[in-house]
Design a protein around this ligand. Structure first.
Ligand SMILES: Cc1cc2nc3c(=O)[nH]c(=O)nc-3n(C[C@H](O)[C@H](O)[C@H](O)COP(=O)(O)OP(=O)(O)OC[C@H]3O[C@@H](n4cnc5c(N)ncnc54)[C@H](O)[C@@H]3O)c2cc1C
Length: 438
């Protein structure tokens, strides 16, 4: 079957465009790319997509399938594989030493360290790069001053690629269960599945196996089944959760209705579409202030809404924000509703001190109110804190034998790239010790 025609409308600095391209590349699929910085391409994209205001817009054989999240939904439902006629990868038939959930700094560093110890490593990730891909300027990763997210992540990915690591992008883990199965039983099952050749190989190696010891340790040796969004499972002796964080949503009326039609979560990606217009940014922390300053540079008039009675971002960003006439700050205020027709037209905010409602006309709302851990798939299994972060010890162990966690998804204080990579490395070294000792 020939590959369908894939076309993507992109912007150079849009992280979701980068994720989309990385996804297609990881599946060996080629695509045509149109940069909407060119006004003709922008107009064409809007005509072909029925007025969509956000990038990327992906077309398969001329049909608009939407953006990156829509692509992943189609991948999870099996619809995409049907269109491109590709057979599914066989990773679910094998037993892995360690499965790493996430391909951000923590996950990629874990993969390098685990592969260097000779472990059989599977990486499952929704997208390459995690939050780093969304970062335009990185100046605090030691040895790489003045870099950006895409360059840094590419260097991490290329480094991992030197080793025997099976990395599967576009795979969302939705559940993890610990099954009462010894590794011996699992290996026997593997032999059944794998056919005669492997059976003979395993037989030859049988002398090396201390089966008696293995049987005595059955309760000590957990096997985990990772369930994916499309119902397949991956089987593994150990897990490193490196699934990072995602943006918090407002949870107000109108937010869902106007997603990508004026409600956005990435000013770097979508701010460009509202150049010169009146917009709102919700959140007065570093992300909100950065978004407001970026939008002001695009000649937008920005209303910055903050729930607390003061801004929370770094002093230098606050000073820059306060000094701009084009940024108007509303502290002690909460967005109560987003209103519009086809597009966002206004937001309703409430002053917490006076109780008064105020309506502001805007073409877009950029939500920058913080992050929450991507740990929903494992809440039933491991202990988490009040912020829903996975609790780990100084060796990155969770309270479940066989499961480690690293990076921003955990309860470590500093959420930074260099720390996530170090945590990922330590988790992999600890996994290796565990597999050797047990
Ligand atoms: C705008 C912004 C600017 C920043 N700037 C800097 C900076 O200048 N310097 C700095 O040091 N740090 C910066 N940070 C913080 C830094 O990006 C994070 O600390 C770092 O990315 C954390 O890495 P991680 O691997 O733990 O998680 P992430 O980078 O979030 O990666 C998570 C990975 O898990 C995958 N995933 C999530 N859920 C699932 C699932 N259910 N199944 C499968 N895969 C899943 C994702 O697809 C992704 O691959 C910034 C963050 C942001 C948002």
């Amino acid at each position: 079957m020939t590959q369908p025609k894939i076309e993507i409308y992109t912007l150079e600095w849009c992280p979701y465009c980068r994720k989309t391209k990385a996804f297609f590349k990881s599946k060996d699929l080629s695509y045509e790319e149109y940069d909407i910085a060119d006004e003709n391409n922008k107009q064409e994209m809007q005509e072909r997509s029925g007025g969509e205001q956000t990038v990327p817009q992906i077309f398969i054989d001329g049909e608009n399938i939407g953006g990156y999240d829509d692509l992943i939904k189609m991948k999870s439902s099996g619809e995409l594989q049907e269109i491109w006629g590709m057979s599914e990868s066989d990773f679910h038939e094998q037993l892995w030493d360690v499965t790493i959930i996430g391909a951000g700094p923590a996950g990629l560093a874990s993969a390098v360290y685990a592969a260097r110890k000779g472990l059989k490593v599977l990486v499952l990730a929704v997208a390459i790069g995690g939050q780093v891909i969304e970062t335009d300027m990185i100046d605090n990763y030691i040895g790489m001053p003045d870099t950006d997210g895409q360059t840094l992540i590419k260097s991490f990915w290329d480094h991992m690629d030197k080793y025997e690591v099976r990395a599967e992008l576009g795979e969302r883990v939705v559940d993890i269960v610990c099954v009462d199965e010894s590794w011996t039983e699992a290996v026997e099952q593997e032999k059944e599945n794998a056919g005669e050749e492997t059976k003979q190989k395993e037989k030859d190696n049988a002398a090396d196996h201390d089966l008696e010891k293995r049987e005595a340790d059955v309760s000590e040796k957990n096997i985990f089944k990772l369930k994916l969004a499309d119902d397949r499972t991956a089987r593994t002796k150990s897990v490193i959760v490196a699934s990072g964080t995602k943006k918090r949503e407002l949870g107000v009326p109108g937010e869902n209705q106007f997603k990508n039609r004026g409600v956005h979560y990435c000013a770097i990606c979508d701010g460009f579409l509202y150049a010169g217009e009146d917009v709102a940014v919700v959140g007065g922390g570093n992300s909100g202030l950065e978004a407001a300053l970026d939008l002001a540079k695009l000649d937008c008039q920005v209303s910055l809404i903050e729930t607390n009675d003061h801004l929370k971002g770094d002093k230098v960003l606050q000073e820059q924000g306060l000094s701009r006439d084009s940024i108007k700050i509303f502290c002690s205020s909460r967005v109560r509703e987003i209103l519009g027709d086809e597009q966002v037209r206004e937001i309703k905010i409430r002053d917490k001190d006076t109780g008064e409602f105020n309506t502001i006309s805007v073409a877009a709302v950029f939500v920058e109110i913080g992050l929450m851990p991507n740990a929903g798939f494992i809440y039933d299994l491991v202990a988490t804190n009040s912020r829903d972060e996975i609790i780990i010890d100084r060796k990155n162990k969770t309270d479940v034998k066989g499961i480690w966690a690293a990076g921003d998804v955990t309860d470590i204080e500093a959420k930074q790239i260099i720390i996530a990579t170090a945590e990922g490395a330590r988790a992999a070294l600890e996994v290796n010790k565990y597999l050797n000792e047990i």
